[in-house]
Design a protein around this ligand. Structure first.
Ligand code: AMP
Ligand code: MG
Length: 329
């Protein structure tokens, strides 16, 4: 169910003059929330009437649902799972524009982070999900087998025919590392179509912002290092994504493994605490937060040079101490 809340009256009236008449188009703040893609999605924006706000929120959430049909790895019939089922067939499979675009961004980030980000990790992610459910650590040969069916170089893409080929049998795509950022960007596009220029879409910690609220310098966003440090930022026209094992992890013999996997070992991260990335684009911010979590501070500093306009706050354990790389100060 979508919940709907009108929280405040207008802050700054906008004056429009039509045929000599002066109209005060008052913008009010609206908040809508809905559970989507396994996370709470929160939409906040300013609009001139309840009816525009309702249509806008409906369109935005409908777009996210449409994307979920394509990208969900939980649904057998999703486009991405149908594509995975063709792996090893030697066939080029035509895909929707959304799926092609998201996979193209993913491959670009994989190349620029030397495979720290990898959308072909599906077999490994699935293995860890089963292991977490059962509470049994997977044996070494199972990890090796799953890992043997991954590798972003085994996914070929052809822009001319908008087709994808998964070279090896048993491959499985998982775009959980950037799907929410993409969905947030697309939801915001729906609002823009209706002339809404001040909006925030928080897709489970992957946030896309347009213009600031009326009269404000930006949206108030709190970012944390996962423990003792909190930073209040005022941001607009930018995206921000956070990755961390705060809620989702697997515990074995008192050791906590993140749901983010190191593509080299096939094992959940052990030393990662939290990564926040600010980027011009939501899909990129989301993918980079995941990629930099894997790469760690030193390598991420190198990779970041390839992503203009991005900033990072990365926290990781180094032995007994916590190390931080914070560009947000
Ligand atoms: P995020 O919260 O954006 O960091 O996404 C985490 C999700 O991305 C996991 O639940 C997996 O579905 C997927 N994933 C895990 N490890 C990786 C990785 N190294 N590269 C890309 N996606 C990953
Ligand atoms: Mg991510």
């Amino acid at each position: 169910m979508t919940s709907f809340k009108k929280t405040a009256r207008l802050l700054l009236p906008i004056c429009l003059t039509i045929s000599g008449l002066s109209l005060h188009a008052q913008r009010m703040r609206y908040t809508f929330e809905k559970g989507l893609m396994g996370s709470p999605f929160k939409l906040v924006f300013y609009a001139q009437s309840d009816s525009i706000a309702r249509v806008a929120a409906n369109n935005a959430f409908k777009r996210v649902e449409e994307l979920n049909e394509i990208m969900s790895d939980y649904r057998d019939g999703s486009e991405i799972n149908r594509l995975s089922a063709t792996s090893g067939s030697g066939k080029w499979v035509p895909v929707s524009k959304d799926l092609f675009d998201i996979l193209a961004i993913s491959q670009d980030i994989s190349a620029k982070t030397r495979g720290a980000f990898d959308a072909t990790l599906g077999p490994v992610v699935q293995m860890w999900r089963r292991a977490t459910r059962k509470g049994i650590f997977p044996p070494g040969d199972e990890i090796r087998d799953a890992l043997g069916r991954t590798g972003y170089a085994k996914m070929k893409m052809d822009a001319k025919t908008r087709s994808v080929m998964l070279v090896q049998k048993g491959m499985r795509l998982d775009i959980g590392g950037l799907g929410k950022g993409y969905a947030a960007e697309e939801a915001i596009k729906e609002l823009k179509k209706l002339g809404i220029t001040s909006a925030m879409m928080d897709a489970g910690g992957k946030i896309v912002l347009t213009g600031p609220p009326p009269g404000a310098r930006g949206w108030n966003i709190n970012v944390s290092n996962g423990s003792d440090s909190l930073k209040a930022l005022q941001l607009s026209n930018v995206a921000l994504a956070t990755s961390g094992p705060t809620y989702r992890y697997m515990e074995h013999n008192g050791v906590r493994y993140s749901h983010i996997v190191d593509p080299k070992t096939g094992i959940g991260l052990l030393f990662h605490v939290r990564t926040t990335v600010i980027s011009p684009d939501g899909t990129v911010a989301d993918a980079l937060a995941t990629a930099f979590s894997v790469a760690g501070i030193e390598k991420s500093k190198k990779y970041l040079r390839k992503f203009k306009g991005s900033k990072v706050w990365l926290v990781e354990k180094q032995g007994d101490r916590i190390a931080e790389w914070n560009m947000l100060d």
